[in-house]
Design a protein around this ligand. Sequence first.
Ligand code: GLY
Length: 397
Amino acid sequence: MRNEIKKCYFTVFAALVLASCQPKQEPMAGLIQNRLDRSIEQYLLMAESLKEQSDKLPRTFDAEGKLVTSGSGWWCSGFMPGSLWYLYEYGKSDTLLDDARNYTARIEKEKYNKGTHDLGFMLYCSFGNGYRLTGDTAYRSIMLIGAESLASRFNPGTGCIQSWGSNRNWQFPVIIDNMMNLEFLFWASKVSGNPKYRDICISHADVTMKNHFRPDYSSYHVVSYDTISGQPEKKNTHQGFADESAWSRGQAWGLYGYTVMYRETRDTKYLEQARRIAAFMLNHPNMPADKIPYWDFSAPEIPNALRDVSAGVIMTSALIELSGYVDAALAKTYLDVAETQIRTLSSPEYFAEKGTNGNFILKHSVGSMPHKSEIDVPLTYADYYYIEALLRYQSLK
Ligand code: GLY
């Protein structure tokens, strides 16, 4: 008996010694504040670097150490202005406000662009955040024109918004990413009072739910529809490893998109869809312990495959929102993953030192592996959803 008591004391003692040797984790509140402050420093440098080139927006930083820019028509043009708005929301400085206004104005002409489905990314992240924070009615008018341009791509025969133009391969391609442009149309219905935009969102989300997802709730990247029958004609990938693989950013777009669908409609079928997508990602045997996905869940180089930070942060932001719609146990699961992702991305491996990385915040994203484009580089949308995730985590009760 005495020996057993001794053994028990020893076990407790050993556990206490072990616990005291573990490095103490920085509290999340301080970590987030520090990374937001450092993000402001970095984005002020970024804004300064393109001040004189009034038609340019940052896109990435290449292997030769050169800042790559884009015009306003590139699908990512709204993210850097959107990040400036988020940082202004946090930091409230006049310089950030001026920069956010300046870079947002560079995109205005895209309100007439009927050749892309990406107007949500381009206009809602930029003008949308600007309108939310300033109430500027000029922004509102620009966005309503933009929403009409986006709605023009809806086809009642397929029930979907067309993502890309038709080509030799695809009659009517719809990509899972398109789910991200619906939030803009929900906004347009609320502001204009016209239910048309909201109806388009519901139709697009329902048809996508039916045709893009596999039984395990992973999704195809591209579903092309036959324009006569309105039925799917092909299911392919464009940026993933294979038609039947799960391209990581696509899974993250779907997770975020159906979380928004639930927020906007309160229809539980969308909540269920978001939960199932989250389960696919979180329980996948190829999800690394630090929760930053490889660029594709079936990338052949795993475990040496590149990570895609952009997929990670889109997921983080979506999981934080989704945690508000589920029971306490599941909410804890989601928030634990989000915390791990934020801690991972806030480490020197991923978070750039001031003035490095072309003044982008995060390193290590993948644009399109099959096209050998933007491999292991910073990207504006990774920064945007990282800042969004930090702000969302910070506002948790
Ligand atoms: N929407 C394009 C991409 O995610 O790369």
